[in-house]
Ligand binder design. Structure first.
Ligand code: NI
Length: 138
């Protein structure tokens, strides 16, 4: 179902607008409207996160599976937070390194705790977290 589109004007400095146009061109936007809509959505998602609402996201971890007991510890952490973990994907990058992508859903504070428990494990080389929304409020 199509939503009614509203138009509004924006006053913006010439230099800032030029920089914005260059940025969105690099990012592949065909017009300003879609870029501005995405910026607004991003702000709303960040606010959901800050307010402690239910969010979804993906935690990625890169680690050497030869590190003693690391795999067990990572699994223990995930099992302790099984209510937040939707699914995991494990990729054997090479002989030593593994990439794990964990899809999560829950209260932002709980997910933050899970993320920090995983990233602080000795032997984890790199982690990142991508936040998005359940989509219900957008
Ligand atoms: Ni592996």
């Amino acid at each position: 179902m199509g939503e009614i589109l509203k138009r509004f004007g924006i006053s913006i400095g010439e230099k800032l607008l030029k920089r914005f146009d260059r940025l969105i061109k690099e990012q592949g936007y065909s017009n300003r409207s879609e870029a501005i809509r995405d910026l607004i959505r991003e702000s709303l998602v960040k606010r959901e996160w800050i307010k402690g609402g239910e969010v979804v996201g993906a935690i990625t971890m890169m680690y050497d599976h030869h590190k003693r007991e690391l795999v067990d510890r990572l699994l223990d952490v995930q099992h302790s937070h099984h209510n937040l973990v939707i699914s995991t994907q494990h990729i054997h990058l090479d002989r030593d390194n593994c990439l794990e992508i964990i899809a999560v859903r829950g209260k932002s504070k709980d997910i933050e705790k899970l993320y920090h428990s995983l990233r602080s494990q000795k032997g984890v080389k790199h982690t990142s977290f991508t936040l998005t929304t359940t989509g219900r409020n957008l």
